[in-house]
Design a binder for this molecule. Sequence first.
Ligand code: FE2
Length: 377
Amino acid sequence: MSTVHHPVPASADPIADFLPLKGTDHVEFYVGNARQAAYFYRAAFGMSLVAYSGPETGQRDRASYVVQQGKIRFVLTTPLRSGNPIAEHIDRHGDAVRAIALWVDDARAAWQATVSRGAVSVMDPEVFSDEHGHAVLASIRTYGDTIHTFVERGSYNGPFLPGFRGTPHDTIARPTGLLHIDHMVGNVGWHEMDEWVKFYSNVMGFSLYQHFDDKDISTEYSALMSKVMSNGNGYVKFPINEPAEGKRKSQIEEYLDFYAGPGVQHIALATKDILHTVNRLHEQGIEFLRVPHTYYTELQRRIGPIDEPIEELEKLGILVDRDDEGYMLQIFTRPVEDRPTLFFEIIQRKGSRSFGKGNFKALFEAIEREQQARGNM
Ligand code: FE2
């Protein structure tokens, strides 16, 4: 077993941190039909529509809906015509995460710091303004067709960003208690994990938080390797997965096949009350991976005493893991589109800062039952 754990990452010193991040600003998805996708995130995940941009606001080539719950903000963008980079992204990847936007005080400095260390610029720093003020945005490439956008919004007071208009109180939103993004996981190709670990360390100033090798994360059939990268203050964590050899096709390989390359595998959303949140999500139509009854018969012995009744956890399929700092509860949705690509994790931390290593076997066996049902083993 090889776990590296830095309670205080080496670059926590703000002077040494060349890329200070205030957190995740938003996640932008490119989708085939943003109006309908927005309805899904509102009615099922409980997010509220807060802003819109499209032809009515002077945006000629696309429409974007901004939905929010707690500090979680998703932008759902669709192209209005074919034959453009957004439409090509959707053709290649399906509905997918395009941009992981990071909140900074100084977007020009963030862009400069990363580009000077080897990042590829997608958009040089640009000032956008409207009657609510101005914001500065700049983007760089990360794995696959995914980008990081630095968002400086210190001088902006509008509903989202310049060009977006606010929307009336959302009567469709059914809140589920989701609070913030805990981590976002990227799947990269065979033997590419260390290259991206180096990118996050050398170019973005992140450091290694934890890693798992294929002895930790394997089932009889498929395997993966994973390293968790964290920024200096620990607000932003990006685990990176690569496939590993197994008897059958790795679940990461299935993702890479259907996504047509590297991309975001899952987004973990934090709650303070996972029983409430998962009950609501389930009632509102979100489908979760199921774990076998045997997982729960073993649980008490493996985890020790916890606050939540085990029968409640089993009813919903919630997993539990413990480390020396406490425990955490987590559950994974089925993919949220027809391609077996992006899914969500719901997580509640009670002291533990781990990522559920003890659950990997039970979880991956559940994923593989589904993979087998899709005929992709
Ligand atoms: Fe996760």
